[in-house]
Write a protein that binds this ligand. Sequence first.
Ligand code: PRX
Length: 635
Amino acid sequence: MKLQINSITDYHTSYRESIEDPAAFWASQARAFQWTKEWDAVLESDFTGGYNRWYMGGHLNITINCLDRHLEESSDKTAIVWEPNDPMQETRKLSYRELHSSVCQFANGLRANGIGKGDRVCFYMPMLPELVIGILACARIGAIHSVVFAGFSAASLADRIKDASCKMLICADYNIRGPKQIPVKSLVDEALSLGCECIEKVIVYRNTGGGIPWVNGRDYWWYDIIEGQAEECTPEIMDSEDPLFILYTSGSTGKPKGVVHTCGGYMVYTGYTFNNVFQFQPGEIHWCTADIGWITGHSYVIYGPLLNGATTLLFEGIPTYPDPSRFWKICEKHKVNIFYTAPTAIRALMAAGDEHTIGHDLSAIRVLGTVGEPINEEAWHWYNEKVGRGIAPVIDTWWQTETGGIMITPLPGITDTKPCFASYPLPGVQPILVDVNGNEIEGNNAEGLLCIKFPWPSIIRTTYGDHERCRQSYFSAFPGLYFTGDEARRDEDGRYRIIGRVDDVINVSGHRIGTAEIENAIDEHDNVVESAVVGYAHPIKGQGIYAYVILLHPVSDETALFKEINEKLVQYIGPIAKADEVMIVSGLPKTRSGKIMRRLLRKAAEKDYENLGDISTLLNPEIVEEIVEKSKLKP
Ligand code: PRX
């Protein structure tokens, strides 16, 4: 793909052009792709109603751009390198031709099983090439994929299936992660027993071959679906604004939101960002360690790299199995050029000791990326020096499920890097800082709420089945602006530093979880009357989960209660939502209007007893002393 920004002058020129004439800028970016019919108009936007459309009237199929387009010149080039959990097991490689054939075959299988344009297909699968094949097969035939992170519980899976009325579910028999085997098919059966009547068929990929429960007439093996299917499949020609996928993410309320992305704009933006942000060079191996169950996996494990004809590495396991040198061994083995991971993984590997990076040949690494949460200075330097040998630039990329692709980031080798700063907006991205009243905070050396004042091609289109929620969540706080939910600082040179969320969302190990979701799960415990959850600084996870609970009856064994609360969290959400600390309290600090003062709870969780602020206006100021005293007793 051409159109790569290649100098600082080029960056400034592109940025200026993208602001002065966004339609012309984004039309030229879109022409790097193959459309079966060109668009009639580039964009139409109404931030008041939360409506944004791109490349209206344009026709395309994203898989033509991810696969077919590369067949002529690079059909033998490796599209996917799959590294298994078990280092003794063999690596799998799929060329662009093989990936194309497999996608077509599975797409034909889906069609033969009643799936067509607009049907929702849910995936609950580990990091296997078949997950990529299945996702692209949906895109091939215009079905909408909804991937649910395989670490979510059966209850969470059921909620997501029902919200999108998925017709089919695709899973593995077992997932393997580190030393554990997770019985996914059993979890699927449990989810389906929770009122998911919309699911007509379940397709099971045999991953381990272990025994699984089976429902005749509903469950089918993956290989039976592809049996006898042709390796060519006519792509469904999609309108630019037809949905490509739904991906659930957490917000301030208890119910996750189904973020909808559409075909044309998402393709242009992920292709554009992959090419520019990583300064991708043909022939390079790209490894994004994110799970495909999150937006980073969608955009930078699958779509961005494949749109650019890159080789994308897929890893089934975890960073610490069989030991904390696993990432570096894989980088060495496959001569990884672009490595993209989350600060939480960097901190965990840093804590494991330098001996694990030493002795691995990481010289192929050209760019190091981070995403998902703020990276602290120590981790940034460690990454830069121990992994990047002081040569490979660290790019701290800021974006969200709702933005579809990277928004603010340094450009490696082009713009400077500064620890903890996501730095500069990409051409086409117009960030602004506002105060709580929505007034723009101009000039540098400023801090405020981060908003975006102009649409970009992969901006969220809607929240599935409830557009009003989309409007409310992102476009109502400050009229005329997209509100990110984040607070940021702009330094003396205009670089952005992301401080964190200002809403009731916690970022645990880079995973976004709403406090309301966690509280709802904790409240399911018979002995819990009320709970309040806050995030607090955690050395590895970035933020940990601190739960304050009011009990119905006192307990003698607090450890047992703590365990039971975590069992509820695992049952209702998944292991990522386990609480790090639980404090039993007799009340929660509330305002006179009944709102919980989370700011106080956060301060107590972080043992920051200075500046508790004016507590005299609380309904129950006496409770603050109790909480502070109890917090002092915590380790
Ligand atoms: O708070 C920001 C944080 O992650 C949130 C978005 O989470 P999610 O939709 O799950 O997407 C994560 C991966 C794109 C943001 O609102 N965040 C993301 N990247 C950064 C970040 N915080 C600080 N620095 C970043 N680079």
